[in-house]
Design a protein around this ligand. Structure first.
Ligand code: PDD
Length: 288
């Protein structure tokens, strides 16, 4: 069975899905996106917070968008049904619309929405990852989930070429902001869980937000305070989070082992807690 995609109101075979030449996403990366995970209970995990972030990204770019969360969910579930998808991801992109290439256009332009899915089984046992640091050369609004990701892509290649799985981005003040497509966490040498605060310097991940609540309820020490490479190299544990991965342990940073070199006990508790949450039926689906 071939995969099905959604192109602005029409369900089409994925390999025949095309976007118009004059899509502003294509000309200017003038658009935003979200990646949802979808579980075996036919639930989009934390859809409510994803919609909230989507609307914040659209508002920041002044892209008008009138579809309700309820209507979006109907389209998303229908796409999963047509793909007979049991478990996986859904990618949703909204661009400012279709117009001849001019830098500015009327705000009355109709936005253009595309969706596709990818089946994926979220394994209970995560892989052990290595990261390499790269300079954070991105713009100053990383809180917007923009489709312009060149700075992220360049960093990820920089890490891949050294054999890394992910890049950790270091800003001009020497702090690690986040990964190229994930949020960055350590358990510091004092046993405190640390991650960069949710400022404009990072994408405030939906898994990050969920994990902050879990950390509080599990009673671990936590500080939303940026850490340096030196802090990371002295850390007892390190891990990353994202909707496509959940919680994955990091066992080496710039070829130095983290802590004892395997998945640490705090990372393991959080990884398991998130895995069970991700597979649960009870979810905030964001329906008004
Ligand atoms: N990436 N930081 C960046 C730069 C990201 O691109 C992502 C997500 C995250 C984690 O956000 P969340 O927990 O909401 O998935 C942090 C998605 C998955 C991607 O681009 O594929």
């Amino acid at each position: 069975m071939s995969r099905v995609a959604y192109v602005n109101g029409i369900y089409v075979p994925h390999d025949q899905a095309v976007v118009p030449m004059d899509d502003r996403g294509y000309h200017f990366a003038d658009g935003v996106y979200e990646v949802f995970s979808y579980n075996v209970n036919h639930v989009f995990v934390d859809a409510g917070p994803h919609f909230e972030r989507l609307r914040a990204s659209l508002a920041a770019l002044n892209i008008p968008f009138s579809l309700s969360n309820h209507s979006l969910l109907i389209i998303m579930h229908e796409l999963m049904r047509r793909n007979r998808c049991q478990e996986g991801f859904l990618y949703l992109q909204i661009t400012r619309g279709i117009a001849a290439r001019e830098h500015t256009v009327a705000h009355t332009l109709e936005p253009f929405m595309t969706l596709f899915i990818r089946p994926h089984v979220f394994k209970k046992d995560p892989p052990l990852l290595s990261v390499f640091t790269q300079p954070d050369i991105r713009w100053k609004r990383n809180d917007i989930k923009s489709i312009a990701l060149l700075g992220n892509i360049m960093a990820k290649y920089g890490s891949f070429e050294q054999g890394g799985d992910e890049a950790w981005l270091i800003n001009k003040d020497g702090f690690i902001t986040e990964g190229s497509s994930t949020n960055a966490w350590i358990v510091d040498q004092h046993g405190v869980i640390r991650t960069h605060p949710g400022t404009r310097d990072i994408l405030n991940g939906i898994v990050r937000q969920r994990l902050l609540k879990m950390v509080a309820s599990l009673g671990f020490a936590l500080e939303e305070r940026a850490f340096t490479l030196d802090d990371a190299l002295k850390a007892q544990e390190a891990f990353l989070t994202s909707s496509t991965k959940g919680v994955y342990p990091i066992v080496s940073i710039n070829d130095h082992p983290v802590g004892k070199g395997g998945m640490g006990p705090i990372t393991q508790s959080l990884q398991q807690a998130y895995w069970f949450f991700q597979h649960s039926l009870l979810q905030d689906d964001g329906k008004e």
